[in-house]
Design a protein around this ligand. Structure first.
Ligand code: MF3
Ligand code: CO
Ligand code: CO
Length: 274
């Protein structure tokens, strides 16, 4: 078989010592259609959360909503029993950076900011997205962090408006925007390939140097999901969390995150779930 233009570009960068995708990270048409369908359902799950989330609701009620909607529509919530995770989604409130565990005890109050992170398996394919929700009105400084995190995601997306960019090109752009706004970027957690499994190669770091990290070529599916802190980027575990999942900011300041699943195409990224 003749090498395609894509094969040639991959070989070109590989010869220059760059990290390039292996064949399995480039999805077939059939896989893309499957991941696309999982993405549509996952977006609908988050739309349902958006419709119902309100002051006075516990994060466990959000979890039930996610479980019911997902399973009623033929999907499986990927977090449930994933490496021992006990629930169907992650609910990360205020100073929780990620992997917050839904609980009856966490009741939403006016001014809270919360990330709800949902991943759906449909016919064996995965899509992963999260959104921030502000309960009522929050203080301007908190709202600003929520907005900066959204802007960081969109700036990362913009850096991927054509194929054959590097993960580090995107991460660099994201970190610059966060820092210009007095925020920091979490370093201990990153985005990831997604689609055939929950977490695949490549790591999508939201900071770093241009030209580093993996080359992104058409057919790859991955998340961008910057975790943006108001204070320092250091994180720690929650001592009261016996499961060991919950990640907090070390300094107790707030953190915000948005996540989409993307497909890289010949014309840049297409959103598969938001
Ligand atoms: N959805 C998270 C991500 O964006 C991963 C959560 S793992 C879980 O990668 F087990 F906590 F659900
Ligand atoms: Co993810
Ligand atoms: Co996620």
């Amino acid at each position: 078989m003749e090498p395609t233009e894509m094969d040639e570009k991959i070989l070109f960068w590989q010869d220059k010592g760059k990290l390039v995708p292996t064949r399995n990270l480039i999805r077939t048409q059939e896989q893309i259609e499957g991941i696309r369908r999982a993405g549509v359902l996952n977006t609908a799950v988050l739309d349902t959360v958006a419709e119902h989330i309100r002051e006075g609701m516990s994060t466990l009620e959000i979890d039930r909503l996610v479980y019911e909607y997902t399973t009623r529509n033929g999907g499986i919530p990927a977090p449930l029993n994933y490496e021992g995770f006990p629930n169907s989604c992650c609910t990360s409130l205020n100073d929780v950076v990620c992997h917050g565990i839904p609980s009856e005890r966490d009741v939403l109050e006016e001014g809270d900011i919360i990330n709800v992170d949902c991943t759906t398996i449909l016919d064996g394919y995965y899509a992963d997205a999260s959104r921030m929700f502000v309960i009522g009105k929050t203080e301007p400084a908190w709202q600003r962090v929520v907005d900066v995190a959204w802007e960081c995601l969109k700036i990362g997306e913009k850096a991927c408006d054509h194929p054959y960019v590097f993960v580090g090109d995107m991460g660099n752009a994201i970190a610059q925007h966060a820092h210009a706004n007095g925020c920091t970027v979490v370093r201990d957690y990153c985005g990831h390939g997604v689609g055939v499994k929950f977490h695949e190669e490549p790591d999508i770091e939201h900071y770093g140097k241009k030209g580093t990290g993996m080359l992104l070529v058409p057919g790859m599916t991955f998340t961008i999901e910057p975790m943006i802190n108001a204070g320092d980027y250091d994180v720690c575990g929650d001592e009261e969390d016996e499961t060991g999942w919950v990640v907090l900011t070390e300094d107790g300041e707030i953190s915000a995150q948005w996540e989409h699943t993307y497909l890289m195409t010949e014309n840049g990224v297409e959103i598969l779930s938001h």
